[in-house]
Ligand binder design. Structure first.
Ligand code: A3P
Length: 309
């Protein structure tokens, strides 16, 4: 794959428009390889999301559910000794960074394999969309997602990422220019698929998960046909998983700054974990503009957002 020098937007040379979505330029070749070479298994489970939508939390919860029989003791659970991004890796990053050993080790992962992706639905490898593997998508209201992303991308010490003011970043966000954006197309791709193929894609909202964690964790377990939903111990197991994955617990764990996250301070992954922090960042005109875009792009889709707790 040869990348033209001009990205089309000189102010965002770090992003590249590929198949209608904005990717980190460094990752495009890897995405292309992932699409060509990755083979999904029928029992794979994928956690899918836009960055800053609650991916880390969903990875942890899903890991707890899928592995509840392997790790029935909560005293030395892997979630206490490895961070969720190590336990539930992104194969597309392995392809982007040519991590051949890790790519090879994917075929030896214990089954069902639990993997994750930020790719939009139409760009997923065919074996993911066509096989019987399942996808759990987490979506977050665009106001908080924007703030979480702005905080993250401006505060992490990345030499390759330009630092934008809130206003500059917001302008780009409104034009869909954000990693894996346009965000509305990303959300709609999974949303529509979850309606036409509810056994294939489970669409979750971060806000719902905050407000009724037990109910939505049970939904995940049912979607995955997990035996966790049966038996007398079921409620206790679910409660223990939720406890292990609580914001306050996860943010204090030393492991959550190891491995893949080692160059990024833990506080950037576990910032506030709330609904409605956007109110501290948005001017009235920004609120009006984003509300209008949500209506224009997502109105009539059935997708709606909770923006206050
Ligand atoms: P804030 O920046 O608003 O605090 P991602 O995992 O996709 O990068 O999303 C990060 C967002 O999820 C951050 O939001 C982070 O604080 C929040 N988050 C991380 N772990 C969480 C948890 N266990 N429970 C609730 N929210 C969590």
């Amino acid at each position: 794959l040869s990348l033209p020098k001009e990205t089309g937007l000189s102010s965002t040379p770090y992003l590249y428009l590929f198949q209608g979505f904005w990717y980190p330029t460094d990752n495009v070749e890897g995405v292309n390889k992932f699409q060509k070479h990755f083979h999904a298994k029928d029992n794979d489970v994928f956690v899918a999301s836009l960055p800053k939508s609650g991916t880390t939390w969903l990875k942890a919860l899903t890991f707890g559910i899928v592995n509840h029989q392997r790790f029935s003791s909560f005293d030395n659970h892997p979630l206490l000794s490895s961070n969720p991004h190590e336990l539930v890796p992104f194969p597309e990053f392995m392809y982007s960074h040519d991590l051949h050993d890790q790519i090879l080790s994917l075929s030896n992962m214990s089954e069902p394999r639990l993997l994750s992706t930020h790719l939009p639905f139409p760009s997923l490898p065919e074996s993911i969309t066509k096989s019987n593997c399942k996808i759990i998508y987490i979506c977050r209201n665009p106001f908080d997602t924007f703030v979480s992303a702005w905080e993250f991308f401006t505060k992490i010490n990345s030499v390759s990422l330009p630092k934008f003011t809130v206003e500059e970043a917001f302008e780009k966000y409104c034009n869909g220019i954000m990693v894996y954006g346009p965000w509305w197309s990303h959300m709609l791709g999974y949303w529509n698929e979850s309606i036409t193929r509810p056994n294939k894609v489970l669409f979750l909202m971060y806000e719902d998960l905050i407000e009724d964690t037990v109910f939505h964790v049970k939904r995940i377990a049912e979607f995955l046909d997990s035996p966790i939903t049966q038996g007398g111990e079921s409620s206790t197991v679910i409660e223990n998983i939720i406890k292990l994955c609580k914001f306050e617990t996860m943010k204090d764990l030393e492991v959550n700054k190891s491995g893949y996250l080692q160059n990024i301070a833990k506080k950037h992954f576990f910032r506030k974990g709330e609904i409605g922090d956007w109110i501290n960042y948005f001017s009235p005109s920004m609120i009006e503009k984003l509300s209008k875009i949500i209506e224009e792009k997502l109105g009539g889709s059935g997708l709606s957002f909770k923006v206050h707790s």
